[in-house]
Design a protein around this ligand. Sequence first.
Ligand code: IVH
Length: 667
Amino acid sequence: MQRPEAITRIAQIRSDLHRHNYLYYVRAEPEISDHEFDTLLKELEALELQYPDLITEDSPTQQVGSDIVGDFQTEKHQRPMLSLGNTYNAEELREFDARIRKALEIDSVVYSCELKIDGLAISLHYEYGQLVKAITRGDGVQGDVVTENVKTLRSLPPKLNAGAPQKFEIRGEIFMHRKGFERLNEERAAAGQALYANPRNVASGSLKTKDSREVAKRPLDIGLYHYYGDDQSFPSHSQGLQEASRWGLPVPETSQLCEGIDAVIDFLQKWEIDRHDLSFDTDGVVVKVDSIAQQEELGFTAKVPRWAIAYKFPTETAQTLLRGISYQVGRTGAITPVAELEPVLLLGTTVKRASLHNSNEMQRLDIRVGDRVYVEKGGEIIPKIIGVVLEARNPNTPEQPFITHCPECETPLVRAEGEAQHYCPNQRHCPPQVVGKLEHFIGRKAMDIQSVGSEMCETLYRADLVKNVADFYDLSESDILKLERMGEKSATNIIKGIADSKLQAFERVLFALGIRFVGETVAKKLAYAFGDIEALSKADSEALIAVDEIGERIAESVIRYFEDPESQELIERLSAHGLILKAEKQEAKGDELAGKTIVISGVFEIHSRDDLKAMVEAHGGKIGSGVSAKTSFLLAGSGIGPSKLAKAETLGVPLLSETEFLALLPI
Ligand code: IVH
């Protein structure tokens, strides 16, 4: 490329890469795949190699991205947190191996092969068996201190087993299992909140949440992959990790030592298939020279270690025709545009459809029916449209406007300011939304009617038997028997399950109603605060906001729900069917702890932390989030953080063990 052209191209790539780094690390909403990112980066590197005088300090080739958000204290890493070079094929891996063998002057290398977990890198510091600091990768040099949030991870033990060195650092990846991710999204859907795009985004968003209690509710996990001993080191990388696992730390069991590059390639090929059976997403394999002496000999380039490389599982891109765009209505009323494609073969499966997410994405791609488009697919990842072949567009192709009315019920769509998604506001009568409400009602945490199930909700709705949740209680066995493939036994079972649900407590019924923003916890708070549905339905904004953790948004949604005559009728019918619409008085068991604020921390032997919290509240006490001068006492379990203990001591807050606490309450 000629110099003037190179100057503009370099500027363009740099600005694109800066933007994509920001989207990936800070917003956790990447717009392009890792492969596309790497391709751009490689192009930039090649241009800079050709014109080295054009390299600037802030060029993305000289930096790593940053995930620092500004809400946390930042701290410098003891050693920089580097990224890895990427390869996308076995050929490049063989070249990597050849370079290493040449540099070390040996014939065969022992590699540690590990699954590359797709999450968020974290550095943990342990002292005397306790986690004292957790820092995100940040820009590689310094990161956010998120210790309290990381402490909430259930797979990290509050105290390490004997044998752990007094002081060491260990690094790993925080991630979310697919199941946990799906559950979280179901809960968000029920609360009418926007859904997360993928587990990586949630893991990253969760860690950057200011309130660790919120973080504790997220099903996050961690896999550790790099040990740095300050006062105890091991001759190999794998031994360090093996020891860490003995101390009680979560080290993935999928790692394997492979002698020679052929064994490494066997490992990749095995996992390229078997990864679909894992409970979490992995986007590749990290291959590391196992011997620490050899690692030291190989050293680092400016950005990455020479002794390790990431192999990314393949993605494939193809071109095809966009035949049309259809629109799906989700359970929450969210409208998703879907590209209907001329079928195309990608990584062994035929792709016919791909999500276009929302109208912003359609605009960004400037996608039009009749266009030729690039489709990409990588393993289990849903196929994605990454661009339009603009050269192939017929100049007369009209722009693609977003639909204005719901394809299911024809209600005009709405889009809240600042939101990407369009919604159908017809919550009560739009078919997929009604079925969604029915499914939510029978859910495990709501009325828990296991004999019905999601599919049955759909069937009952289509058969005109159940149009709202009160209709469940009007069903008879003969109604069910009219449905296809339904025997007497199943009919009896379904009716019994529905009848049994009438015994569910008020807070569950309240949650089951699916009032926007009223999740499980909020339902409990409202149920206990107002006692029955009558009082709750009459509560004004002020009374609602006076309840702990209820803000304006929830208050408004509750008021709007009860104002609606259809809700009133529904509740009357549920009441006539004998559902429990009154909180059981057993909640308040006494007032032994009235006026006391209690902080609970650590792991307990007899009761779970949640049970202890419930006991405090049932006996008139309040739960405090952090130790302060107002704390009456600290209920301390094992593994409680040293900083909390120190604070309690300074403020003269007494410490109670679990048994001492239980002794305060009547039997
Ligand atoms: S080693 C110098 N091992 O991938 C060592 N990284 O592209 C650098 N990752 O920032 C990291 N699994 O977030 C390593 N088994 C593994 C990994 C892993 C996932 C992530 C990590 C790192 C990125 C590098």
